[in-house]
Design a protein. Sequence first.
Length: 225
Amino acid sequence: MARQLDLEEQEQLDDLKHFWNQYGNLISWFLIAVFGSFAAWNGWQYWERRQAVQASALYDEVERAAVGGDTARVEQALKDMQDRFGRTSYAQQAALLAARTLAEKGKPDAARAALQWVAEDAADEGYQAIARLRLAAMLVETKAYDEALKQLAAGMPKQFEALAADRRGDIYNLQNKKNEAKAEYTKAWRGFAADTDYRNLVEVKLTALGVDAKSLKAADTAAKP
């Protein structure tokens, strides 16, 4: 009986050796790939957390400088943020905050540069849209109407389309292009929810251009199935 068990064990060992000789390298490489991927994932997660902590600290520096009105510190902290953590949401938020502070402190060129950076390089399309809207407003102040319209011509997330249309309406109105202004204000009016103050503001603009908002409401009601 013992002899039979020895033979069976030997056969099992021989089968195992044969299997390992045939597939051992493949299994080894598979395990290396699996554990390597796991280690790489953990390493990436650690790197991202570390980046977020450092970016947060720099954002706090921008915020403190902004509260203190120290434009030199704002610009330097923002530059550090852009150089080191430019793809993070902290950098995009910092640029928007810096732009507002720089504009308030009489540094419009630096403010526009910060907004332009967000508009062109931000990873988040929401931040890009905010930057373009604010940049367009600043360009309007300098009567750079065509440049402002270019900013608003870029693709906008749906939730920003009404705001962009309202801003385009303002620009066309300033250019005395009344028909274009009416068309854009109408888009904006239809884009805002009926119970928002912003829609009421757009309605005032339409009324000033001779558009009866009641007729728009009636047209929308008639168009509904």
